[in-house]
Design a protein around this ligand. Structure first.
Ligand SMILES: C[S@@+](CC[C@H](N)C(=O)[O-])C[C@H]1O[C@@H](n2cnc3c(N)ncnc32)[C@H](O)[C@@H]1O
Length: 274
């Protein structure tokens, strides 16, 4: 099976929209008129959820009207956050079910004029050169074997001076990865790299690094707060667990454990096209 096919299979839930809408209805929400808060972070598929997106966005010097591309847009939470700041966002994702759910949630939040989604592979960007002011990549690089190739394609679709913001899980110390992980069932579709490898691939594609940050401490605090909340009030009615399905707790425990041991960490790099 190709990496692309195995990733699509890994991420496909099969009844995700119905499951999300049923949970929202049970919470008493009007599913035709949702707000981002209603999803309680279930639409932010990365460590730190909405808080991580908000903090990354605050570092990007965003201006209303900017055209952004969110690669591997998942259920669309990050793209909608950026659109809420006045940007016009295009999301692309490999998994057809995620694209359909992202479109549905965006329509139900009344944001379809600011955010659109399409199914595509991030390594084949079919946009004219210089189309975007910024590109975001949140927890997607772990699924991409040829990062140098993808970064070169991103460089082309950015305007000169445009930003490329990465928030990926990276290997920050030696240690074998325990699977399943939220992004992959096993090593055949997992391509976790070190910050050094990202820096080299960015430089080869012509990017200049403007800022970078190991977010391990933030992640450890996030998981600790999540555990404390669950111990006190039980599991939330809607969460990423619903998206991850039966194997969700094992995937999250493996990732949290490897971040606790300091082997993996979510890591931000903000680069610019020269
Ligand atoms: C861990 S999720 C992150 C989703 C989203 N960025 C977020 O933070 O909420 C990874 C996403 O990347 C998508 N993906 C993986 N490889 C991809 C590729 N080569 N091209 C486009 N999307 C990809 C998956 O379908 C999935 O939606």
């Amino acid at each position: 099976m190709s990496v692309e096919a195995s990733l699509t299979e890994h991420y496909t839930h099969g009844g995700l929209e119905a499951a999300l809408l049923a949970a929202l209805t049970a919470m008493g929400r009007d599913v035709e008129h949702l707000s981002p808060a209603d999803l309680m972070g279930a639409d932010e598929f990365h460590v730190g959820g909405a808080a991580a997106t908000k903090e990354l966005a605050a570092r990007l010097d965003l201006k209303p009207g900017m055209k952004l591309l969110d690669l591997g847009s998942g259920l669309g939470g990050p793209a909608r956050h950026l659109a809420g700041l006045g940007c016009e966002v295009t999301g692309i994702d490999l998994t057809p079910e995620y694209v359909a759910v992202a479109e549905s949630l965006t329509r139900r939040m009344g944001m379809s004029a600011q955010v659109s989604f399409r199914q595509a592979n991030a390594d084949r960007l079919e946009f004219p050169d210089g189309s975007f002011d910024g590109v975001t990549l949140l927890h997607v690089g772990m699924n991409v074997p040829d990062k140098a190739g993808m970064f070169a394609a991103i460089h082309k679709v950015l305007k000169p001076g445009g930003f490329f913001a990465i928030y990926d899980v990276m290997q920050v110390a030696a240690g074998e990865i325990e699977f399943p992980m939220p992004w992959s069932p096993g090593p055949a579709s997992s391509f976790v790299e070190t910050p050094d490898a990202y820096r080299a691939a960015l430089a080869a594609a012509g990017f200049t690094i403007a800022a970078e940050q190991d977010r391990g401490d933030f992640a450890r605090a996030f998981f600790a707060a999540q555990r404390a909340r669950i111990a006190e009030g039980g599991p939330p009615p809607i969460s990423l667990g619903l998206v991850l399905g039966m194997t969700g707790p094992k995937k999250i425990a493996n990732l949290a454990g490897m971040i606790a041991r300091g082997v993996l960490a979510p890591y931000e790099i903000i680069a610019r096209r020269g």
